[in-house]
Ligand binder design. Structure first.
Ligand SMILES: *[C@@H]1O[C@H](CO)[C@@H](O)[C@H](O)[C@H]1NC(C)=O
Ligand SMILES: *[C@@H]1O[C@H](CO)[C@@H](O)[C@H](O)[C@H]1NC(C)=O
Ligand SMILES: *[C@@H]1O[C@H](CO)[C@@H](O)[C@H](O)[C@H]1NC(C)=O
Ligand SMILES: *[C@@H]1O[C@H](CO)[C@@H](O)[C@H](O)[C@H]1NC(C)=O
Ligand SMILES: *[C@@H]1O[C@H](CO)[C@@H](O)[C@H](O)[C@H]1NC(C)=O
Ligand SMILES: *[C@@H]1O[C@H](CO)[C@@H](O)[C@H](O)[C@H]1NC(C)=O
Ligand SMILES: [Cu+2]
Length: 174
């Protein structure tokens, strides 16, 4: 009884937040084919929710990993939604004379995300932390996460398309 009540309240909150975000985002980042009428913002069309699974570990960019020029907003849209406690893995080559360095930053808000403004961003992984098994980041808070590469003062974010946003969903079980 109690649990059901909590569950449905969460559902309402999730949907409210989702529709607010959906309104402020518009279709700007997420392109055409976005269908809000199903469950709202953030659910990509290709990966239906699997409610029986526990947290997932997701390689950002899939086999492309984290590099300049790949469309990560599109990737996130197609591979979402992501859930509370899922782990995002960022893999990128450490700096060398043949590879560009990358990094991972969290931007503070939607405005800085849209503008690739790194002034108040927080570095969560430096240029060397993407090597080997990659940098692991757990979506353990219920908030929008604005990820971006911080290299070249926003150039990788802006021209390199190395940014995406995630709002983790709750995985509710019945
Ligand atoms: C990424 O792809 C989407 C959908 O194809 C497109 O609408 C969007 O403009 C692209 N983003 C960038 C930064 O090129
Ligand atoms: C959007 O999703 C709803 C519910 O799944 C479906 O009925 C509708 O046809 C979809 N619209 C588009 C444009 O895909
Ligand atoms: C959901 O995940 C479980 C455990 O990984 C798997 O056995 C099941 O086939 C999945 N169901 C769907 C519909 O993908
Ligand atoms: C997320 O993980 C934390 C720490 O492992 C755990 O305490 C919490 O119950 C988990 N939350 C959900 C919703 O799975
Ligand atoms: C680039 O690095 C390789 C090995 O990592 C080295 O052999 C080569 O001399 C370097 N080239 C330059 C121009 O520094
Ligand atoms: C990157 O972070 C790792 C782990 O915190 C640290 O050991 C390393 O020295 C840092 N590298 C640079 C170039 O700051
Ligand atoms: Cu980069």
């Amino acid at each position: 009884m109690n649990m059901e009540f909590t569950g449905s309240r969460r559902l309402v909150i999730v949907l409210t937040l989702a529709s607010l975000l959906g309104m402020s985002m518009g279709n700007k980042e997420w392109g055409s084919g976005f269908n809000q009428s199903a469950w709202g913002w953030g659910r990509g069309p290709y990966h239906p929710q699997n409610q029986t699974q526990g947290p997932n570990k997701i390689n950002v960019g899939g086999s492309e990993n984290w590099h300049f020029g790949f469309n990560y907003s599109e990737w996130a849209f197609k591979n979402g939604p992501f859930y509370f406690n899922d782990t995002l893995v960022f893999k990128y080559d450490p700096p060398s004379n043949t590879t560009f360095p990358h990094s991972v930053y969290l931007l503070p808000n939607l405005w800085s995300y849209l503008n690739c403004d790194l002034r108040r961003a927080k570095m969560i992984a430096n240029a060397t932390q993407g090597g080997g098994e990659g940098f692991h980041f757990v979506l353990n808070r219920w908030r929008p996460y604005y990820f971006a590469c911080g290299e070249r003062n926003g150039l990788h974010c802006r021209d390199g398309r190395m940014k995406f946003m995630v709002v983790p969903y709750f995985r509710w079980n019945h």
